[in-house]
Design a protein around this ligand. Sequence first.
Ligand code: RB5
Length: 151
Amino acid sequence: MRLVIDCDDAAESLKQALYEHAKALGYEIDDLAYQKSHDCDYPDVAFNLARKVAAGEYDRGILVCGTGLGVAMCANKVQGAYAGTCHDVFSAERLKKSNDANIITMGERVVGVEHAKKILEAFLDAKEFQTKSQRKVDRMRALEAESFRKK
Ligand code: RB5
């Protein structure tokens, strides 16, 4: 599983901790560090990562900002990117198993580092999308396709 991570200026230390944790767990992970080379805020950071995940360059993405909210809202505006903010382990597991998301977001100002590592593990450990949720996820994607066609 290829992972990618990025953050805005409000979440540099949580990003670093999660990057190192994913590496220690044996995952291949790239840190895009988009804000370091561009004069931008979280919307550009999130769109940049979400476009790469939606294009299939990576299997899963991790976005962190102050709350995890802004980056999730932006990532979800990219067709093929499915992001959810999780600050608990149960939601992180369901994010994959029920919603078939490919991006998790968290907020450095919301969650402690050790808890965030466990939340990330739950999302990465949840490899199977549960087929009983298929109808709902299919419907979400059909509505998504319709909505992007209208633009
Ligand atoms: C700081 O720019 C803060 O607004 C941002 O990191 C994020 O929390 C937005 O949702």
